[in-house]
Write a protein that binds this ligand. Structure first.
Ligand code: 13P
Length: 252
């Protein structure tokens, strides 16, 4: 059965010290809650990863980077390679977040390289996709998301593809307090699963974890997570407070 995943994306928030405190609280709360059916992941800034890995109970909480370089190594000042991320003890990497596509010019070509390097280094990519408001208003979200997938992770072999998770994050729902309706989220995730089935077969599609992200919180998570194709969430703002994040983790 495919995994349920609740992953926090801290984005560019918290000092190392604050991040360690937050990670410690999450790890303790998860241990106390006895949650076993959900994979919990903390997506921290690069600077925090090693400290967070050393803080959490890694049997209960996994750690993700929020990006990795499109090159394996070399003269790329300021970049952090997939090999480096892996060497911290992190197991996941968030790739293709709309903020990286929009503000840092990440293209499908770059993302292809990043996903490939992440997989080659044994990291699990959490690959993000999702449309802007204008595309939703024009009712072109399905074509848009299909193109994003076609140009990137649908180029992988079935074996590689089956190692990643997908997060659908409509840009208009990110950080806005306007979550996609349960029906909108379910409809898109079912659509994505259908595309996976067409491309890689039913078995792979059934095993792929597809998450929803965008203003997901402890209040709306139970309804969102009750849907058959929603396998968890990628959580921004609500992952910055341990109790709020736990509320989402325990929403199943
Ligand atoms: P919010 O939960 O703050 O809307 O952010 C979602 C997100 O971008 C997670 O990657």
């Amino acid at each position: 059965m495919r995994k349920k995943i609740v992953a926090g994306n801290w984005k560019c928030n918290t000092t190392v010290q604050e991040g360690v405190e937050l990670a410690k609280s999450v790890s303790e709360l998860v241990a106390k809650s006895g949650v076993k059916n959900v994979v919990v992941v903390l997506g921290t800034p690069f600077t925090h990863i090693t400290s967070v890995v050393n803080t959490v109970d890694t049997k209960l909480v996994g750690v993700a980077a929020q990006n990795c370089a499109a090159e394996a190594k070399g003269a790329f000042t300021g970049e952090v390679s997939a090999t480096m991320v892996k060497s911290t003890g992190a197991e996941y990497v968030i790739l293709g977040h709309s903020e990286r596509r929009e503000y840092y010019g990440e293209t499908s070509e770059t993302l292809n390289k990043k996903v490939t390097l992440a997989l080659a280094n044994g990291l699990t990519p959490i690959y993000c996709c999702g449309e802007a408001l204008s595309i939703r208003e024009a009712n072109e979200q399905n074509t848009y998301v299909k193109n994003q997938l076609d140009e990137t992770i649908f180029n992988l072999s079935a074996e590689d593809f089956s190692k990643l998770a997908i997060a659908y994050e409509p840009i208009w729902a990110i950080g806005t307090g306007v979550t996609a309706s349960t029906a909108q989220a379910q409809e898109m995730l079912a659509y994505i699963r259908g595309l996976i089935a067409d491309k890689f077969g039913k078995v792979v599609a059934e095993e792929t974890s597809i998450l929803y992200g965008g203003s997901c919180n402890a209040k709306n998570a139970p309804e969102l997570f009750s849907q058959p194709d929603i396998d968890g969430g990628l959580i921004g703002g609500a992952s910055l407070k341990a109790e709020d994040f736990l509320g989402i983790i325990t929403a199943y």
